[in-house]
Design a binder for this molecule. Structure first.
Ligand code: GLU
Length: 464
């Protein structure tokens, strides 16, 4: 069997975190078996589907690197095929025309509710051997209903939830085409999964109720059934359904907030799937490990702190040239001056250890790309008369010292010894003079990165 999975979003909004996880699991499963990952756009809800949403989904998939092998197929482009299958089903008697008006259907439901029964279509137009059907009302266009089995049950071994069994009596004769002939949701999904030879349907458990209906339709079509796996929902940090309130429900908000795609993939992978205690792994590893037997049946909880921790890991591992490309525009927007300043890659190398997002990294890097503007009160407090002679000596040494970490550090130690000072007594005023702030990485590293020209120029203000 060649594994074929699909991701089948409805383009009614952006690609959200839950959708991205579904896509990731379907993709990884196909990759694990050298199978095919199909992208299908379920755009039959004309009121809610938009081309912008299609684009947003494609952008999200692309950013994550979840590339499809086939598609995207668009349901709206498959209308002829659905009509053909509907005609076949009518001919075979697995579907039938129903002329009950919406008012009649509503009245029958009311009656059933009043009698304490579950509301369902009462089968008025359902053909049965030896049964006479009512006269077709004039000027009424019929819907097409699926002739759901009356007895027995639908049962499948859900790869996440285990055996699920639904009695056919619970299911209705589903409308599969509207009076204007347009097919309905569950029918299209069943035909698509059949035509696209999907072997494994992995999707959110909000679709569990659709599965028995789709299975019955697939059986009526004579299709081989796919395996189904329904992923439990992702809860927000507060234990409630993950929502926009939780910061970024759209996957494409994450690059804006400074998260790397490999972080998202790694993090999403752990939302409902595990490989021992492994927290950090590459997509190559995930694809080689991914199986359906380690999917969790209980809801996963979104944890922003863990996401930040993973992002820090991938920022540390990321190439500095790539990181520079990601933060440069943000820094320009913040007024960064890149002329006569240290190479951004070198600054990133110094700072990335401690940053959780590339946005933070860009903000921290500004230290090297703006004119220092220290608070005068801090200057008075730290650049004191008592310390000026030492600062001046160090400034002089900086004019001639060999420009490397060892020599710079030796010059600093020399000055501290000559004036019997402790490191912070010299480092704090130097930080203020060079960067305008008291919090910086190691002063030696900062000085080395700025270079002789900038350092001497910024220290010239204290010349005696
Ligand atoms: N189009 C459905 C959705 O976006 C998914 C359908 C499916 O995976 O079967 O929720």
């Amino acid at each position: 069997m060649t594994v074929r999975t699909r991701f089948a979003p409805s383009p009614t909004g952006y690609l959200h975190v839950g959708g991205a996880r579904t896509a990731l699991f379907s993709w990884a499963f196909a990759r694990h078996f050298g199978g095919t990952f199909v992208l299908r756009i379920e755009d039959t809800d004309l009121e809610r589907s938009t081309p912008e949403a299609v684009q947003a989904i494609l952008d999200g998939m692309n950013w994550l690197g979840l590339h499809h092998d086939e598609g995207p197929y668009y349901q709206m482009k498959r209308m002829e095929r659905y009509s053909e299958v509907l005609a076949d089903m009518l001919a075979k008697g697995t579907a039938y025309h129903c002329y009950s008006s919406p008012e009649e259907v509503e009245a029958m439901r009311e009656r059933q509710r009043a009698a304490g029964e579950k509301p369902r279509y009462d089968g008025t137009w359902r053909p049965e051997a030896g049964k006479a059907l009512p006269a077709i009302p004039a000027d009424r266009k019929p819907v097409i209903r699926f002739k759901n089995p009356l007895d027995g049950e639908v049962s499948w071994l859900d790869v996440v939830k285990g055996q699920i069994t639904i009695g056919n009596r619970e299911l209705d004769d589903l409308v599969i085409a509207r009076p204007d002939g347009t097919p309905t949701y569950n029918f299209c999904v069943a035909v698509d999964d059949w035509d696209m030879q999907i072997t494994h349907v992995i999707r959110g458990d909000d679709h569990v109720n659709n599965t028995p209906r789709q299975i019955n339709i697939l059986n009526a079509l004579g299709a081989t059934l796919p395996h189904y796996g329904h992923l439990p929902m992702i809860l927000g940090p507060d234990g409630q359904k993950l929502s926009k309130r939780d910061g970024a429900a759209s996957v494409m908000d994450y690059p804006l907030q400074g998260y790397l795609p490999e972080t998202m993939l790694n993090y999403l992978a752990r939302l409902g799937w595990s490989h021992g205690d492994d927290e950090i792994f590459s997509m190559e590893q995930m694809c080689s490990w991914f199986d359906l037997s380690h999917l969790s049946a209980s809801a996963a909880q979104f944890n922003p702190e863990k996401l930040a921790w993973i992002n820090n890991h991938y920022i540390k591992a990321a190439d500095n040239v790539r990181l520079a490309g990601l933060i440069k525009q943000q820094m320009l927007d913040d007024g960064a001056q890149f002329d006569n300043a240290p190479a951004l890659e070198a600054v990133i190398a110094l700072l990335k250890e401690r940053t959780n997002t590339t946005v933070e990294l860009g903000q921290a890097a500004m230290l090297f790309y703006r004119q220092p503007a220290a608070d005068p009160a801090l200057m008075t407090q730290h650049v004191t008369e008592a310390i000026l002679p030492a600062l001046r000596q160090y400034a002089e040494l900086c004019k001639t010292v060999e420009w490397n970490k060892a020599a710079l550090s030796a010059a600093m130690k020399q000055t501290l010894a000559d004036f019997s000072l402790k490191m912070p007594q010299l480092a704090m005023p130097l930080r203020l003079l060079l960067t305008g702030q008291l919090q910086t990485p190691s002063i030696d590293a900062v000085i080395e990165l700025f270079g002789r020209e900038v350092v001497t120029q910024r220290l010239s203000v204290i010349a005696g």
